[in-house]
Design a protein around this ligand. Structure first.
Ligand code: SAH
Ligand code: SF4
Length: 364
């Protein structure tokens, strides 16, 4: 099978980074070449830092020529990189069509986590999230998801390398299901990025049809659900998607979700003052998560102009966490990283921000 038109770049060439291993094998077979060549190509694309087909020196010159005529290798360069005092770096990328997306690199002890975007904007309009308030532009291609990792990795010469990837940047990953799953497939492929599946986390509001579809997949990664409330009314208030996919059905899908032994679902809970931060909420959270292997990430709201909410006091946050832990639930308060450069959760807008703290470089 020739790769489908949607996989082609504007030049009508196939962007090799849009192809899953299976698609690459089919593409290579269409030239009458051996399938194992596709493993070699994967290694060039994702393990060695090459930018042109001609650099794939273990392929015959003939194959390289054929590939060059029909395919291309896309790249992504940061337009701007900002660094916060806590070491968090925010990368702003401009896509070929002018849309802008962001990725955030978060150092934390032995870990170096990259938070990538899966859409330009987001259609779901959660009321506490700046990405959501700015509306939806489009889904990212597989290559645009993967190029965020490759591009950031290139800036890390000599430093430690990326240890974890979280799909928690701009967009709702399950609303871009096919491309997101293909990208994860390449992240965990031993001949591509080679990440352990335990080091990839996808965060979703819990789109029900896609969660059900996901339950059938063999691919492994960590699942995080943005819960953010313990009753239908306040969840609908914060997240309009709750009208379509209500909390109780999301929880039911989680309860039925096939997890590997000892695996747990992470529930993200943005703490919003006066909306979902009472001790009654904490106790209800314990109750509704009963029977689901879970842990909870408490994220004190990152405030921003235009967001009509406040974050709770430190005391209130500690009290909420304490109730969960007393009830036997693992609950971590996520320290907000990169807030001063608007790189924290829910602050990604794909715009050049007003901040100029520790401005590092401007390229392109
Ligand atoms: N769309 C997906 C993934 C991107 S959002 C999702 O919603 O899960 C990643 C996380 O940031 C979500 O858990 C979301 O609840 C959280 N978030 C969004 N806006 C925030 C804000 N202003 N403060 C703190 N966390 C926020
Ligand atoms: Fe979209 Fe997630 Fe922001 Fe909601 S929190 S608007 S789903 S990016």
């Amino acid at each position: 099978m020739r790769a489908k038109t949607e996989l082609k770049s504007p030049l009508e060439k196939v962007d090799l980074k849009n192809l899953s291993l299976l698609e690459l094998e089919e593409f290579i077979a269409s030239f009458g070449k051996e399938r194992y060549r596709s493993i070699q190509i994967l290694r060039w694309l994702y393990q060695k830092r090459i930018h042109s087909i001609d650099e794939m020196t273990n392929l015959s010159k003939r194959l390289r020529e054929e590939l060059s005529q029909t395919s291309s290798i896309s790249t992504l360069h940061p337009l701007k990189v900002e660094q916060a005092r806590d070491g968090t770096k925010k990368f702003l990328f401009q896509l070929e069509d002018g849309n802008r997306i962001e990725s955030v690199l978060i150092p934390d002890k032995a870990r170096l986590t990259l938070c990538v975007s899966t859409q330009a904007g987001c259609a779901l309009g959660c009321r506490f999230c700046l990405t959501g308030r700015n509306g939806f532009k489009r889904n990212l291609a597989v290559s645009e998801i993967l190029n965020q990792i490759l591009s950031v990795r290139e800036t890390l010469t000599g430093e430690k390398s990326i240890t974890n990837v979280v799909l928690m940047g701009m967009g709702e990953p399950l609303a871009n299901y096919k491309n997101t799953l293909k990208a994860i497939g390449l992240m965990v492929n031993p001949d591509a990025f080679k990440f352990s599946s335990r080091r990839i986390t996808l965060s979703t509001v819990g789109l029900l049809p896609e969660l059900e579809r996901l339950a059938q997949e063999t691919i492994q990664f960590r699942l995080a659900i943005s819960l953010n409330a313990t009753d239908e009314e306040s969840r609908s208030h914060l997240m309009p998607i709750n009208h379509r996919y209500p909390l109780n059905r999301v929880l039911e899908a989680c309860r039925n979700f096939p997890l590997r032994r000892r695996a747990r679902i992470t529930f993200e809970y943005v703490l919003v003052k006066g909306v979902n931060d009472s001790s009654q909420d904490a106790r209800r959270l314990l109750r509704i998560l009963k029977g689901i292997p879970s842990k909870v990430n408490l994220i004190p709201l990152n405030e921003a102009p235009g967001i009509p909410f406040k974050k709770p006091s430190e005391d209130k946050i500690a009290q909420f966490q304490e109730i969960l832990m007393q009830g036997g639930l693992t609950a971590i308060v996520r320290k907000s990283k990169g807030a001063e450069i608007s790189a924290a959760c829910g602050q990604l807008q794909g715009k050049e921000g007003a901040s100029n703290i520790d401005f590092l470089q401007l390229q392109g």
